[in-house]
Design a protein around this ligand. Structure first.
Ligand code: ZN
Length: 290
C-alpha cells in the first residue's frame, strides 16, 4: 500500500444524537484545526478572526487613515491580504454548513497546494452519514465546543500524524471538494463546480483519511425528544420510520434504494483559502496589535 496513505479515526463520544448541523460544525472545527496546524494562519481561527474584525472596525471609524509612510502602506497591504484570507475561510465554512443543510454529505476533501492537480497534502473526511439523524433539531443537539476540542486534541497527539504535523508547510492554497449523495447539482448554492470524480492525487501527496465515527449507546429511534412534535408523531402512526419501512420492502426494492443512496457526485468549492503569513522582515507584532 502507498505509504503516503494514512487512516485515522476520529470519534465523537457521548453524543446521543448527531444532527447534520452538528456534523457541519465538527467539520468546520477540523478545517480550523488544519489551517492553524498546517501554518496557513498565524493564530487559531477564532483569534485570527478577532484581530481582523478589529481592524475592520477601526477602518470604519476612520482611525487608521492618518499616516502616509511607506511602513504604514506596507502594513495596510498585509492587512488587506489577511482580511481576504479571513473572508475566504468564513465563506468556506458557510459552504460546508450549506452542504450539510441541503444534502447528504458522504465525504469532503481539503487539498493543500498551489493547485488541485499537485497538492502536497490532502485530508479526506469520511462522514458517518448513516448515523446522522434527520428527526432531530440541530438547536436541541448542538455539539459542545469542549467535545469538538477533545476530538481535535486526540488528532494532535495521534501517532500516525505526528511526523506529518512536525514538518513545515509553506503558505499555500486550500481547496475544498465535497462528495454529495446525489447526482443532481444542488441549485440553492451556486458556488460549487461539478466534477466527475475527486481530484487524483499525485504519489508525492500526503494522503490522510479521517474517518469520523459516531458512537452512541442509544439507538436514535428510541430518542423521542424532538419527536414530541406532531409531524413526527404522525409519521410514527403511519409506521414510516426506518425500522418499519425496512421490513415491508422486498429485497429488490431495498437494492434499488441502496443503489440510489450510493449514487454520489463530487463538487469543488469556488472559494479558495490563500494562506496568510506576515513577511519575516516586518515586526509581526506591529501588524496585529498596533
Ligand atoms: Zn431530539
Amino acid at each position: 500500500m502507498d505509504q503516503n496513505i494514512k487512516n485515522v479515526e476520529i470519534r465523537l463520544d457521548n453524543i446521543e444524537v448527531l444532527t447534520s448541523g452538528a456534523t457541519a460544525e465538527f467539520v468546520n472545527g477540523i478545517l480550523d484545526f488544519l489551517l492553524y496546524q498546517r501554518r496557513q494562519i498565524p493564530f487559531v481561527y477564532k483569534t485570527y478572526k478577532y484581530y481582523v474584525d478589529k481592524w475592520s472596525d477601526a477602518d470604519k471609524s476612520g482611525e487608521s487613515e492618518a499616516q502616509e509612510s511607506f511602513a504604514h502602506y506596507q502594513r495596510n497591504q498585509q492587512r488587506s491580504k489577511a482580511k481576504a484570507t479571513k473572508k475566504s475561510i468564513s465563506d468556506m465554512r458557510e459552504i460546508i454548513r450549506q452542504a450539510f443543510g441541503s444534502s447528504k454529505v458522504k465525504s469532503l476533501r481539503f487539498l493543500f497546494g498551489n493547485n488541485t492537480f499537485m497538492p502536497s497534502e490532502a485530508y479526506t473526511l469520511h462522514i458517518p452519514h448513516d448515523s446522522i439523524s434527520r428527526d432531530h433539531y440541530c438547536d436541541h443537539h448542538a455539539l459542545p465546543e469542549g467535545r469538538i476540542n477533545q476530538a481535535l486534541l486526540r488528532l494532535l497527539t495521534c501517532e500516525e500524524l505526528y511526523t506529518l504535523f512536525s514538518t513545515e508547510l509553506n503558505t499555500t492554497n486550500v481547496f475544498l471538494e465535497i462528495e454529495l449523495l446525489t447526482d443532481i447539482v444542488p441549485c440553492d448554492f451556486g458556488n460549487l463546480i461539478p466534477k466527475h470524480v475527486s481530484s487524483k492525487l499525485p504519489r508525492s501527496c500526503k494522503n490522510i483519511h479521517l474517518h469520523l465515527l459516531h458512537c452512541s449507546e442509544n439507538t436514535q429511534n428510541e430518542l423521542r425528544c424532538c419527536k414530541e412534535m406532531d409531524i413526527y408523531q404522525d409519521l410514527g402512526l403511519l409506521n414510516l420510520d426506518k425500522s418499519g419501512a425496512d421490513v415491508s420492502k422486498t429485497n429488490e426494492e431495498q437494492d434499488l434504494l441502496k443503489a440510489a443512496s450510493e449514487t454520489s457526485g463530487w463538487w469543488q468549492a469556488e472559494v479558495i483559502v490563500r494562506g496568510f503569513r506576515a513577511p519575516g522582515n516586518q515586526k509581526s507584532g506591529d501588524l496585529w496589535t498596533s
